[in-house]
Design a protein around this ligand. Structure first.
Ligand code: ZN
Ligand code: ZN
Ligand code: FE
Length: 753
């Protein structure tokens, strides 16, 4: 007889790991015990040499699907256990290194039982098992055990308790295990709070199919739902939520229903059906049954599958795709509490589908897509965060990175683990600030993180920059585009010097101007601005993001010698009143509230506006997305000049817009102009990177920044760079947009500390 002490770390709690250990211990006649501790799972195993060998092998090879074993440490133990193998209570002491799985979509077994009339959980909205169900949204603290979750008020009935205690049961030690007798309940109320008759989920489905708007309490917050095929219902939801233009996510009952709406590749299907269940951006089919109001004019739909039992019941009952958009008004955080939802969403929803299992932490839906054959995340939240991203080499200090202003996320780096918090949103209001603080506090507590350094953006007006000194720690300011490129490096588990193409809407430059079309030569500790796009005045600064014609005037003012001609050419295209025209001329001439910008995002806005798509936008990036949506594949392009007369080099795009104006005036279709513009910008990337590679000898390029959400641009850039013999890195684990900034900030600060 020998005895081993085995410590398993990774995602090993809340995924049926202890029952699995129990089962294999019995299979091989092993005595001893298994328990959760703050490091993961701790096992004492006693048996003969052969049995122990087989037991260890099974431990590594046969772990449950939802588990992710990162490390198995084995040491010989002094004590010899005898008798049957046991699962013992958790040990809450020690530092908390355990990794909890993010929330998992309802598994196939549970869905089957949900719709099985003979099952005791038939149509029970909170069915779950060790392979599925809520995790981070219900955890108060670690270890992940029921008393430390929002399931603590529900005492298991005898039948549930028996399942929980039976090692052969799928619900053995499933912390949120529940049934209609003992568990949480759902109910339906109208907006006055009056209870509705009938089964809550079934009634909600009926109201939705009749055109109603229902607020549904989900996993990480409330959704607002309506019939996605009903123009009137969708228009009404947009109006009440004050969400104009931006696409709305659509939930469909299964992959087949998704195929009736969108083109779905094998990779996209895998992503749609994965237990993380992100919203997946898919190309819509012609003749799709969805209301035109849903996508807001774009050619892509954000589609996702049900991920809670309640969703399954509502979708099955409604029998049609449903809009499921986050339960908030414009930019506020998503509502999680019943009373909060009734208060804040009372003017939007007609009815509320509520339940009594508390959501402890807000998690928005994640948004993802497939670029070529790999995942290309857009927004990381439910199902993804805060499970750490591995980086190499490990960091020597713990860093808290506060992220950017828009699409904010934070990141806490410890060793090789980068804990990226969930998408917070745009840090512009009190509500978002609270959401940030609550999410950060939860991550610090759950993983016992103690940051020693704070990293922040250089923009003096960002709320996150202003917040940095409050931590009382040494601070490291990281330039926005440097952070983008280092984020891409870390995302690829790479390091060292690269050519970084950071193209986005806005970022604060070290010279105080607005950057956004940057070619950097950088590593994790420093960067050099090797080249940038031509800089145009941006009259009214951020006003240009919404009033696109203002940015067009900024470009015109550089194309034409005198302001009269520039304004004339502008007014020939856009309806601009005299006051606005005078203000534009005045601002540019006197440089009043008119920074200059090298932003690539603004160039896409200008191209879209000139192509006649729109003169004003209701959200940042709208025009650029539409430009991509109409763009036709082409071999034509506009001319640009790579001006190498001074450092940094300048990609002069004035010829691009001159030629584009000629095209448009000669009646070229927007689709052609859009295609040519995409090809031009891709060529600008390729030619500039080639020139930098020649000058520096560097052979790797990293592409980051929100502009690379543009699939056409990214595809052509990657193809061209690869053909030029350059190795190209794109994002795969964190977004290329500002949602990935915090990872880059954290790595830069760690390497500098
Ligand atoms: Zn399950
Ligand atoms: Zn029960
Ligand atoms: Fe950015």
């Amino acid at each position: 007889m020998r005895s081993l002490r085995i410590q398993v770390s990774g995602i090993v709690q809340g995924v049926g790991f202890r029952p699995f250990v129990y089962r294999i211990a019995n299979d091989y006649g092993i005595s001893g015990s298994v328990s959760n501790n703050t490091q993961g799972v701790d096992i004492l195993a006693s048996g003969d040499g052969d049995s122990l060998f087989l037991f260890l092998k099974a431990l590594k090879d046969e772990a449950p699907a939802a588990a992710l074993v990162e490390r198995v440490n084995v040491a010989s133990a002094g004590e010899i256990a005898t008798g049957p193998f046991e699962i013992v209570a958790s040990d809450a002491e020690g530092s908390k290194q355990v990794l909890i799985s993010p929330d998992l979509a309802t598994c196939d077994d549970c869905v089957r039982e949900l719709f099985d009339a003979s099952d005791r959980r038939h149509r029970y909205p909170f069915i779950n098992c060790t392979n599925c169900g809520p995790r981070f949204t219900i955890i108060r603290d670690t270890p992940y055990d029921r008393p430390l979750t929002s399931m603590s008020p529900f005492e298991m009935c005898a039948e549930c308790a028996a399942e929980y205690a039976d090692p052969s049961d799928r619900r053995f030690h499933a912390q949120p295990n529940a049934c209609p007798v003992c568990g949480p309940r759902a109910w339906l109320v109208d907006r006055t709070g009056a209870r509705m008759e009938g089964e809550a989920a079934g009634e909600a489905a009926r109201l939705l199919s009749e055109g109603g708007i229902v607020a549904i309490k989900g996993l990480g917050g409330f959704h607002l739902a309506c019939d996605a095929t009903d123009d009137e219902a969708v228009a009404c939801l947009r109006e009440r939520k004050r969400r104009y233009g931006k696409p709305l996510a659509v939930m469909v009952s299964d992959v087949n229903e998704a195929r009736a709406i969108c083109r779905v590749s094998d990779e996209e299907e895998r992503l749609l059906a994965s237990p993380r269940r992100p919203i997946v951006l898919l190309k819509e089919l012609e003749g799709s049954p969805l209301s035109r109001e849903v996508a807001g004019g774009l050619d892509r739909q954000g589609v996702f599958l049900p991920y809670t039992p309640l969703h399954h019941l509502v979708l099955a009952g409604a029998g049609r795709p449903l809009v499921m958009t986050s339960g908030n008004i414009s930019n506020e955080p998503i509502a999680i509490d019943n009373d909060e939802a009734m208060n804040r969403l009372g003017d939007i929803a007609d009815h509320f589908l509520l339940h009594d299992r508390d959501i402890l932490v807000r998690y928005d839906d994640s948004v993802s897509r497939v670029f070529r054959t790999a995942e290309y995340p857009v927004r990381r939240a439910r199902g993804y965060a805060p499970y750490p991203i591995r980086i190499t080499p490990p960091a020597e200090v713990q860093v808290l990175a506060l992220g950017a202003e828009l699409k904010n996320t934070f990141c806490v780096l410890r060793g090789e683990q980068a804990f990226m918090g969930q998408h917070i949103g745009d840090m512009e209001s009190e509500g978002e600030l609270e959401h940030f603080e609550e999410a950060l506090a939860a991550v610090l507590r759950l993983f016992s993180l103690e940051p020693e350094v704070v990293a922040h953006d250089l923009h003096p007006d960002y709320l996150t920059t202003q917040m940095a000194p409050e931590f009382g720690l040494p601070m490291v300011g990281v330039q926005h585009h440097h952070a983008h490129i280092v984020s891409c490096l870390a995302d690829n588990a790479a390091s060292g010097e690269v050519i970084g193409v950071a193209w986005d809407g806005t970022g604060y430059g070290t010279d105080g101007t607005v950057w956004g079309g940057e070619f950097l030569v950088c590593d994790e500790t420093s960067f050099r601005r090797a080249a940038h796009l031509y800089r145009y005045p941006m009259p009214g600064a951020d006003a240009c993001i919404y009033r696109l014609y203002r940015m067009v005037y900024g470009v015109m003012s550089e194309l034409f010698e005198d302001e009269e001609t520039a304004m004339e050419r502008l007014r020939a295209r856009f309806d601009i009143d005299d006051t606005e025209a005078a203000s534009l001329v005045f601002q540019v001439k006197n440089k009043v509230n008119t920074p200059i910008t090298s932003s690539a995002g603004r160039m896409f806005d200008v191209a879209a506006a000139l192509a006649g798509l729109r003169g004003e936008a209701s959200y940042d990036g709208q025009a650029a997305c539409e430009l991509e949506a109409v763009a036709r594949d082409t071999r034509e392009y506009y001319n640009f000049i790579l001006d190498r007369s001074a450092e940094p080099w300048v990609v002069d795009t004035r010829p691009v817009f001159r030629e584009m104006l000629i095209d448009i005036d000669s009646g070229k279709a927007p689709a052609e102009v859009a295609g040519k513009f995409h090809a031009t910008m891709a060529l600008a990337i390729i030619a500039t990177c080639e020139a930098i590679a020649d000058a520096t000898g560097l052979g790797r390029v990293a592409l980051s920044g929100g502009v690379f959400q543009n699939e056409m641009l990214a595809t052509w850039a990657v193809d061209g760079l690869t053909s030029s013999g350059l190795a190209v890195m794109v994002h795969g684990r964190v977004p290329c947009n500002d949602g990935g900034i915090s990872l880059g900030q954290a790595v830069v600060a760690a390497r500098l500390s």
